[in-house]
Design a protein around this ligand. Structure first.
Ligand code: FE2
Length: 190
C-alpha cells in the first residue's frame, strides 16, 4: 500500500492541470456568494456538485487519469480569483490513501469513478488519541460535504481499479498548496 503525505500529493496542485466545467464553476460560485456559514455552504455546494457531477474524461486528460504508483495525485482544476474556493481532482490507484487529516475550511467531495473508503475520527478529550467514529464506502455518484471542526478523516481506494474524485474547498489551494490544517499520527483507540 502506498501511503502519501498530503504535502507530497499536493505538489502537483500549484498549476491548473485539468478543467472544471463552466456550468459547475458558476453553480459553486452562486452558492459561495450567498455568504452562509461553513456547514450550510458545504451542504449547498454539495447539492450543486451532485446535480452536475462530470465524467472523469471531462475534467482530466487521459494521462492524468491513470494514477501514479508514487502516491495518490491531486490536480488543480480551478481556483476562484477572489480566493473563496478552489476545485481539484484526486486520482488513486488501488490501496493508495491519505494521511489522517483535517481541513482549514469546508470541503465537498464527489466520487466520479471507483470506490473510496472513508474513515472519520474524533480526538479524545485530552487530545492524545483518536477514536474511529464512522466508516463509509463511497461508490461513484456519492457526494459529501463537511466543515471543521470534526472533520478528521482518512480516505483510501479500496477497489480494484483507479478511483477518481472531485473536491471543492472553501480555500484557495493554488495559493495555500493544499487545504490541510493538520495531519494526525496519534494512536487510534481500538
Ligand atoms: Fe480530506
Amino acid at each position: 500500500m502506498s501511503l502519501t503525505s498530503t504535502a507530497q500529493a499536493i505538489a502537483s496542485s500549484q498549476a491548473v492541470a485539468g478543467t472544471c466545467p463552466d456550468r459547475l464553476v458558476h453553480a459553486i460560485r452562486t452558492e459561495v456568494r450567498r455568504g452562509l456559514d461553513w456547514p450550510q455552504t458545504a451542504d449547498c455546494v454539495a447539492r450543486a456538485l451532485r446535480a452536475s457531477l462530470p465524467e472523469p474524461a471531462a475534467i482530466l486528460p487521459a494521462p492524468l487519469r491513470c494514477g501514479d504508483p508514487a502516491g495518490y495525485q491531486s490536480h488543480l482544476l480551478y481556483a476562484e480569483p477572489d480566493g473563496t474556493f478552489s476545485v481539484s481532482a484526486m486520482v488513486w490507484l488501488p490501496g493508495q490513501q491519505t494521511m489522517i487529516h483535517d481541513h482549514v475550511a469546508w470541503c465537498v467531495t464527489g466520487v466520479l469513478q471507483g470506490h473510496e473508503y472513508e474513515e472519520v475520527f474524533a480526538l479524545t478529550a485530552d487530545g492524545s488519541t483518536l477514536t474511529l467514529g464512522a466508516r463509509n464506502l463511497n461508490p461513484p455518484g456519492t457526494v459529501s460535504g463537511f466543515a471543521p471542526p470534526g472533520d478528521i478523516h482518512r480516505v483510501r481506494n479500496t477497489g480494484d481499479d483507479v478511483a477518481i474524485s472531485m473536491h471543492v474547498y472553501g480555500a484557495d489551494i493554488s495559493r495555500l498548496g493544499n487545504s490541510i490544517r493538520r495531519e494526525y499520527t496519534l494512536p487510534i483507540c481500538p
